[in-house]
Ligand binder design. Sequence first.
Ligand SMILES: Nc1ncnc2c1ncn2[C@@H]1O[C@H](COP(=O)(O)OP(=O)(O)OP(=O)(O)O)[C@@H](O)[C@H]1O
Length: 246
Amino acid sequence: MSTLLEMSGVSVSFDGFKAINNLSFQIGEPELRAIIGPNGAGKTTFMDIITGKTKPDEGRISWGDKNISLLGMSESQIAREGIGRKFQKPTVFEAQTVRENLAMALKNPRGPFDVLLYKKTRQGAERIEAIAEQTGLADVLTRVAGELSHGQKQWLEIGMLLAQEPRLLLVDEPAAGMTPAEREKTTEMLVNAAKTRAVVVVEHDMEFIRRLKCRVTCLCEGSVLAEGSIDHVTSNPNVIDVYLGR
Ligand SMILES: Nc1ncnc2c1ncn2[C@@H]1O[C@H](COP(=O)(O)OP(=O)(O)OP(=O)(O)O)[C@@H](O)[C@H]1O
């Protein structure tokens, strides 16, 4: 596993308040990583920094095999580098079918003029089928997205992100509002997605985190409080104090 993204000494302040404080973080490729931490720990800001939405005041972020810096890049350049983000609320095209949603998201292999053609090719159709299979949507490809359950919409959005073949996928609270069965399927989906790429999951549901069977990073006051296996992190007295409770 080689390092895909490395953040070092990153800080960001909002009106004098340090939301991220000298944060260092590394993720490999492939790797699945869970991020936990109390409200206000800096989890959202951490993702905003990676995607270029928030620019840090200090620190470095290097990316990929050539260790290029993400700091001078715009949000769209960072997305083109292969960093995808799933927000908590699904944002699928409700009036389009599942197939159409996935087709729109398919990575354009050449230039903007080839994209329409590509979608109609057999290769494109096969990719859509494969992603639908991977995200448990194979039986609902012809359904209008607006009719899907909350869980299915979340999976469709994960599928749309996978269609863009990200090297790093950031996922914010995927289990929120899901039924236990949907949560289990989501776990499986993220574990599979992380076999070929880096996936960062921010989640409060500790049962969900435990099932991911991955390295866990606990953030607190904008820094890493503890990192390691779920058992290592959840037995750390500081993590118990600030997050898990006694
Ligand atoms: N744009 C902003 N302006 C001012 N303060 C901000 C801004 N964004 C975040 N903060 C503050 O920075 C801190 C970290 O916030 P952040 O949303 O990253 O935490 P979080 O770990 O994602 O919390 P939660 O679990 O509640 O989503 C909080 O105290 C928050 O109020």
